[in-house]
Design a protein around this ligand. Structure first.
Ligand code: SF4
Length: 533
């Protein structure tokens, strides 16, 4: 495939190609900062397109004028058109499949794609490795719930890191966003810094580090709270950094409350070991302010989340948190799916995101019905409480898109350790409970599909072929044990031993095969976890 007709991109020279293979330390600070500015300027194009109505059209009509208007004239218009216009997607896809891609692209294209890919790679690393907790029972529970979320939330689950820890430094929130997905109440109390609270906080982190391992370091210090409501946030952040060597990510809906404070937090990301922060933009004016107050390189590691309808990339699934009748919500979810797919196709048109698109095709990308990406412990420092929570699709019973255990009070760090283990024992069984009736989640249906008998989620369209669990059934001309087990689970009448006995008697199945099959359904998060649902 040849270059698009109007392409006059300058390809990487030898020096730039050498740099492409170097780390920050190897290339030195001067080159690193130059590349940071280059990437920041390109990200600014994406930010403008995301935030400002009409920006996409302006860019398409006269790219040179667009770049000049926004002070981005260090960028080459031809290169930017190749990177940002979806009409070049096929060409870009071919380019990035080519083994000599480094000889065929400009430095800007390389750096922008590297930037967007690194984010996804790191997100996947967190989900699959970084956030895996040290404690085995917690790890097994988290994995089971991660699998459950494939069916309960759909393709969006791929972008949830399933963090094991969130710590609130306040009770309630002062902002009161109408899109709040967590039903935060009004601000009642803030956990202020003093010698006693600092010592308690350091002790709490130590215990959590011990139990959850380094995964706790990928947690955050806000949940149904606004991090900047706490005037001492930075002091607690120092304690967190001392414990884990990582800056916790923040999402703030009030970046503009004290711009210089926000700027210091943003700068820290580059100075210490930090990854991203996010600004929730509640209006077009707020978006314009963010773009005016912060330089493009300052916003390199800041994601702008547009929560206003004028945004070209505003997605309806951001509106969660209000109770909606269950069936109606599911219907709307399915209707929205087409719209969201289309928006995603636009969002994900960078060339190396093809893998992501392929994965999304397997799991339908729909309204997840939750904004919670924590599968683990919630600690509130004001109330001195700990609980376990897991994301789920919003329903009248779970209006905030989370299921949460009771909150247990702790007195000090030592007491917290006891309470965590108590909660683990009570809510995180490693294997299928023997003494309770087993049933599948009510959104799962057994259907005939192209892949044979399969469990299909009516929320997300997720399809899990069931017949494959007993591949020899057809050859041996006998009933498929997996399908039989699923049918019994759908009846929701039997405990584990009764279910095994029933399948054994009706289908002459070996008990060990039936037990194995039930365990598989459990591990896949298909059987209702009675501690949570
Ligand atoms: S979205 Fe965040 S800032 Fe807004 S009300 Fe909810 S917790 Fe507060």
């Amino acid at each position: 495939m040849s270059l698009p007709k109007d392409n006059r991109c300058r390809l990487m020279n030898g020096y730039e190609k050498k740099l492409a293979l170097m780390t920050r330390e190897q290339m030195g600070e001067e080159e690193y900062q130059r590349i940071r500015v280059l990437t920041g300027n390109m990200k600014r194009i994406a930010d403008l397109m995301t935030c400002i109505p009409g920006a996409i059209e302006e860019f398409e009509e006269d790219t040179g004028a667009f770049l000049e208007k926004h002070g981005l004239d260090m960028l080459d218009p031809d290169e930017m058109r190749l990177i940002f216009l979806s009409e070049n997607n096929d060409y870009k896809a071919e380019l990035f499949r080519s083994p000599d891609v480094l000889n065929r692209i400009s430095e800007s294209m390389f750096r922008y794609v590297q930037f967007t890919q690194n984010k996804l790679v790191f997100r996947d690393y967190l989900r699959d490795k970084g956030c895996v907790p040290a404690n085995r029972k917690v790890a097994v529970w988290r994995e089971r719930n991660n699998r459950r979320c494939d069916g309960a939330l759909g393709g969006v689950n791929l972008s949830f890191i399933h963090a094991t820890l969130t710590i609130e430094l306040a009770e309630g929130c002062s902002v009161g966003c109408d899109f709040c997905g967590l039903g935060a109440g009004r601000l009642k109390k803030v956990f202020r810094y003093n010698d006693g609270n600092a010592e308690l906080f350091a002790g709490v982190l130590k215990v959590l580090h011990e139990v959850l391992g380094d995964s706790a370091g990928f947690g955050m210090m806000y949940f149904a709270t606004e991090p900047l409501d706490n005037p001492d946030y930075e002091k607690f952040e120092d304690i967190f950094f001392n414990e884990f060597g990582i800056l916790p990510q923040i999402t703030t809906a009030v970046f503009d409350r004290d711009i210089e404070r926000t700027r210091r937090l943003v700068h820290e990301l580059d100075e210490k070991r930090g990854f991203i922060h996010r600004f929730s933009l509640r209006s077009l004016e707020m978006a314009q302010k963010a773009l005016a107050e912060f330089t493009p390189e300052e916003l390199v590691n800041v994601e702008l989340i547009t929560q206003y309808e004028e945004s070209p990339y505003f997605l309806p699934y951001t509106v969660v948190g209000s109770e909606i009748e269950n069936k109606d919500k599911r219907r709307r979810t399915r209707e929205n799916a087409g719209l969201i797919d289309e928006a995603l196709a636009r969002t994900l048109d960078a060339p190396l995101l093809n893998n992501e698109i392929k994965r999304l095709k397997k799991l339908k990308y729909v309204d997840p019905g939750t904004i919670c990406c924590v599968d683990g412990f919630r600690v509130n420092m004001c109330r001195k409480t700990i609980s376990i929570l897991t994301p789920c699709h919003q329903t009248p019973e779970y209006p905030n898109g989370i299921s949460e255990t009771e909150e247990v009070i702790f007195n000090d760090a030592e007491d917290l350790r006891n309470k965590i283990f108590m909660l683990i024992e009570k809510y995180m069984p490693e294997s299928v409970p023997s003494d309770e009736v087993l049933k599948l989640y009510d959104y799962l249906r057994l259907e005939d599909t192209e892949q044979g008998k399969a469990l299909v989620s009516e929320i997300s369209g997720y399809v899990l072929p069931i017949g494959n669990y007993d591949k020899k059934a057809d050859k041996e001309n006998r009933p498929n044990i997996a399908v039989k087990v699923v049918e019994k689970l759908l009846e929701g009448k039997y405990n584990k031993n009764e279910l095994v006995r029933s399948v054994m008697e009706e289908d002459n199945a070996a008990p060990e095969n039936v037990y194995w099959m039930i365990n598989q359904m459990w591990k896949q998060g298909l059987i209702v976890d009675s501690g949570f649902f």
